[in-house]
Design a binder for this molecule. Sequence first.
Ligand code: ZN
Length: 180
Amino acid sequence: MVSVAALSTILQMGNLPMFEILKYPNPKLNIICKPVTEFGTHLIDTVNSMIATMVANNGIGLAANQVGLDIRLFVMNVQDSMKEYINPVILEYSDEIEYDEGCLSFPGLFIDIRRYNKIKIKATTLMGVEFEEELEGLDAICFAHELDHLNGLTFFDHLSPLKQKMQQKKLQKLKREANR
Ligand code: ZN
């Protein structure tokens, strides 16, 4: 985990390479990411750059394939703590909840999505050590949203074809307004 203080120092130094965030409908958002097998310096650099990219774009989560990488890794920034999840898995889930979700690959779009409010998860640290955690509320929602990305899915995949069409129109309108 990178502390907020350490991260702001790194950001101020301005030497942390940033990633470009891929936007829908980039086909890389639909790839199924592969397990991380190599841990160490390169992975730490990747995670730091992903955290910097997420923070610079005011996101609370960012998955590897949103920045063009095909590895099972995402970062989260919920409750003011940056955290990386490598090879993440949901072990148990309960208690449904609906939340108005956003996504850095769909700028300006917010959609009500139904997910689980409580989950038990498993992942590994930057050093490849496995750990388990229980997540609740926005942490659980964000985790599931990011895990979907690693499986090539976006929040659009939770919608009926009709609702997808409606949201696509909204997204095109947002794009036109942004380009004005
Ligand atoms: Zn997303």
